[in-house]
Design a protein around this ligand. Structure first.
Ligand SMILES: [Zn+2]
Length: 212
């Protein structure tokens, strides 16, 4: 089981390299579930990945030049190739991890063959907090501070919360005449963080891109 898991992870990394070679001037975004243990696929986890993947595709419709999804022992995996600078993409994916209702349940990693990778800290963003105890997420995961049951319960609660918000949102949209799809500007999505693109210090990012 462990060997198979490592093999799937290795294959994913190889495939990411292939994608970056295929799209050398683009940015790769990889979405996967942030869930411990060997059994990463279950109905809730897969549904969470689908919500975030759909939201990314809707919100970044124009920027996404290629996307794919498959399941593996790492859970459901989605790759998106985006026409967007690396640092900007990294910032915006962190916004989803932090601001989307289901963002803390997923890892959204950003890669580029042209730009040097950059950490949250280098961007002046705090490290991820554990969704259960609010301590440093890295420490909790390393020390396995919380049981799978506890984590599964959090995922279950937050997913149900998201679904009930979505239903409320749909009910309010149904009262209007326009079709639901065109009402679904990403900012109206219940889980989506408010658009903060304008608040990003764009020149600083452009500087970074140049130096990296
Ligand atoms: Zn914790």
């Amino acid at each position: 089981m462990i060997e198979k898991f490592l093999l799937d992870r290795e294959n994913r990394v190889l495939h990411q390299k292939e994608l970056l070679n295929q799209f050398p001037d683009k940015t790769l975004v990889t979405l996967k579930i942030n869930y411990p243990g060997a059994y990463k696929s279950n109905a809730i986890n897969n549904a969470i990945i689908k919500v975030i993947a759909d939201d990314i595709l809707l919100y970044y419709k124009q920027e996404t030049v290629y996307n794919e999804a498959y399941s593996s022992l790492e859970g459901a995996i989605c790759h998106f190739i985006m026409e967007m600078p690396y640092v900007q993409t990294k910032r915006e994916m962190i916004e989803i991890e932090e601001g989307h209702t289901l963002g803390r349940c997923v890892d959204i990693d950003v890669y580029s063959s042209a730009a040097q990778s950059i950490s949250r800290t280098e961007l002046g963003i705090k490290p991820r907090k554990c969704f259960i105890c609010q301590n440093d997420a890295h420490n909790c995961s390393r020390s396995q501070a919380h049981s799978i049951e506890q984590i599964a319960q959090y995922f279950d609660e937050v997913y149900n919360k998201h679904i009930s918000q979505t239903n409320k949102c749909l009910a309010s949209i149904a009262g209007r005449s326009a079709s639901w799809v065109c009402c679904l500007e990403a900012q109206e999505l219940p889980g989506w963080p408010r658009r903060t693109r304008s608040s990003v210090p764009a020149e600083k990012d452009a500087e970074r891109e140049k130096h990296s």
